[in-house]
Design a protein around this ligand. Structure first.
Ligand code: AMP
Length: 229
């Protein structure tokens, strides 16, 4: 099964995607994290991506598509995948649709997490993440036990450079203009589009995502031609 997690920055894709992947044993492909690792290591890709990321702009499609194809090629056959932060433009979604049949897959479900901009801005300004294990905290809603330190691995938490107010508002604009149109793109496809309210507690949102995905799996099992792999 291939699932795409869509939603504006700050809606909780990282948190929800990690919980879901852990519960189901799915492979996560998180383009933002891959790009941050590349900029941190100073690879060619990282050097090219950095200025776009710092400005809250999207990294060019050709770079992202090449990165994702490379990741997909390493996923063992039969292993389920969840994309977080990809695709973010219609051309990226089209490239994914072209690439998946080559590995005998297609997009089965698209989980769209939704929230108002004022909530997103508050979440992003309070977000702190662990550069080592990827755990995400929020100083307003879910702080670590010891300020600035990851509960899970003890590393020093960071405030992402692109979580500053100006970059956040640009990222939200880019989401509305470039990424939101993907909802209609997927509604017109064979994938199930599941819209989930992302403003509740982490557990509540996770519960709703799981329930919606179970319904899709049931439906597709009943209808053999659309059976989830
Ligand atoms: P994220 O962690 O998903 O918010 O991504 C952080 C930044 O990485 C974005 O603001 C973009 O600059 C870049 N990025 C991540 N995923 C993509 C993508 N699929 N297409 C283009 N740029 C991306």
């Amino acid at each position: 099964m291939v699932t795409v997690l869509l939603g504006p920055p700050g809606v909780g894709k990282g948190t929800q995607g990690a919980l879901l992947a852990e519960d189901r044993g799915w492979r996560r492909i998180v383009t933002g994290a891959l790009l941050r690792a590349a900029t941190g290591e100073g690879t060619e890709l990282g050097k090219k991506a950095r200025s776009y990321m710092d400005a809250g702009e999207l990294v060019p499609d050709d770079l992202i598509v090449a990165l994702v194809k490379e990741c997909l090629a390493r996923v063992p056959a039969g292993e389920d995948v969840i994309f977080d932060g990809f695709p973010r433009t219609v051309p990226q979604a089209e490239s994914l649709d072209d690439a998946l049949p080559e590995v005998d897959r297609r997009v089965d479900a698209v989980v769209v997490l939704e929230a108002d901009d004022d909530v997103l801005v508050k979440r992003l300004s309070g977000r702190r993440s662990c550069p080592e294990c990827g755990e995400i905290y929020n100083v307003h809603f879910s702080p670590p036990e010891k300020e600035g330190v990851c509960d899970r691995c003890g590393s020093t938490l960071v405030h992402r450079k692109d979580d500053n107010p100006e970059t956040v508002s640009r990222r939200l604009e880019v989401y509305r203009s470039e990424t939101e149109p993907l909802i209609r793109f997927y509604e017109a496809s064979d994938a199930e589009v599941l819209r989930i309210e992302g403003e509740g507690t982490i557990d509540k949102v996770q519960g709703e995502i799981r329930k919606a995905l179970e319904d899709v799996a049931l439906e597709r099992t009943r209808d053999g031609s659309r059976k989830v792999k």
